[in-house]
Design a protein around this ligand. Structure first.
Ligand code: DAH
Length: 357
């Protein structure tokens, strides 16, 4: 019996897998196993012999069975550990770069602009695309006879004559959001207003729908110097080229006084546009100190507050930054164009993580 014990206990402890273990079980305690055969011999023994051998055989059988069970658990644990070694997954790894659609340059640039101005303390404000005549023109100091109304190639939602409803327009710029923001928040205020605008115009650099971003900062101590710093800071961050140079050119807008248009230094050498070098200047935005009448229209006291405003073409700065030649292609929904000029969907522009990659 001791021989049997030694034989099986050591064989079980060195069994390499479950199949070997099962063989050992059959050989030892299976129906025709060695221990079982020994038990059958109990019948031929004298009662005295049986009284000694019976419990001893049962104990041996139990011992072998529990050794088998323990080994089975140990083998399963080892197999699991082995599997885990090959099947591990690092959930902290960055996502795999696989394109899931693309982000349109207009969306990308809007996000980039928002990230930069958010860093300077500007909130995002919105207004309706179908706008009243008053918000789009009058409140911005553009009266009915003003040539700017005609210049803007306005889309009207219905004719003025024939009914008494006040005329509505598809907003021709994002400037009406200045008035809405002043009304809603009062002063001081710091907002940008990105969005769609509409004008009846169509060629390589004009589409009937395009995008602008308006900026507005009002407080008790705002000057042209603040405007200049903010715009320079923005351009340096946005265009991501060293030595971006801006030129402030005196201009006229009904809603600002004084007004300035801003150009960026560039070169067209070899037909490709390069920013920050060369002898050419490209206009990128209009700006100025908010006209007192505009502050009044927004319910803000011009004796106490003053501020600056600017309006910039989003599509235009997208074309400049990413070298996209034709504005019309922006709105063709051509998948080949989108794949070429689009951006990975999972890259959120941020100042920390980088605006564009
Ligand atoms: N609204 C003007 C346009 O669409 C752009 C503009 C110029 C906006 C000067 C401003 C500004 O806020 O101060 O052409």
């Amino acid at each position: 019996m001791d021989d049997l014990r030694d034989k099986y206990i050591s064989a079980i402890s060195s069994a390499s897998d479950e199949a070997v273990l099962e063989d050992l079980r059959v050989q030892a305690v299976g129906k025709k196993g060695e221990v079982s055969l020994k038990m059958r011999e109990l019948g031929k023994m004298t009662p005295e012999e049986r009284q000694v051998a019976g419990p001893a055989l049962n104990a041996l059988k139990d011992e072998i069975n529990s050794a088998l069970a323990a080994k089975k658990v140990a083998l399963a644990d080892a197999a699991l550990n082995e599997r885990l070694k090959t099947e591990w997954l690092d959930v902290s790894l960055p996502a795999r770069e696989r394109r899931v659609g693309t982000i349109h340059p207009v969306s990308q640039v809007s996000e980039e602009v928002t990230a930069i101005f958010a860093d300077m303390g500007f909130a995002v404000a919105e207004g309706p695309q179908i706008e009243s005549d008053w918000y789009n023109f009058d409140a911005l100091n553009i009266p009915g006879h003003h040539p700017a109304r005609a210049e803007m190639d306005t889309f009207y939602t219905h004719r003025k004559d024939g009914d008494n409803r006040p005329p509505h327009v598809l907003r021709t710029h994002t400037s009406p959001v200045q008035i809405r923001s002043m009304e809603a928040q009062g002063a001081p205020i710091r907002v940008i207003c990105p969005g769609r605008v509409y004008r009846a115009d169509y060629d390589q650099t004009h589409t009937p729908m395009f995008h602008q971003v308006e900026g507005l900062a009002i407080d008790t101590d705002i000057s042209m110097a603040n405007l200049k710093w903010v715009l320079e800071e923005f351009c340096r961050a946005f265009f991501e080229v060293d030595g971006v140079e801006l030129r402030f050119r005196a201009s006229h807008f009904p809603f600002t006084e004084p007004s300035a248009e801003v150009d960026i230094r560039c070169s067209w050498e070899g037909g490709t546009l390069k920013l920050g070098e060369g002898d050419d200047w490209l206009e990128i935005l209009g700006s100025g100190m908010v006209h007192p009448k505009v502050l009044e229209a927004g319910g803000i006291d011009p004796a106490k507050y003053q501020g600056f405003a600017f309006g910039m073409g989003i599509d235009r700065i997208a074309m400049l930054k990413y070298g996209i030649p034709d504005l019309r292609a922006f709105f063709d929904s051509d998948l080949r164009w989108l794949r070429h000029y689009g951006f990975p969907a999972l890259d959120q522009p941020s100042l920390q993580g980088g605006l564009s990659r």
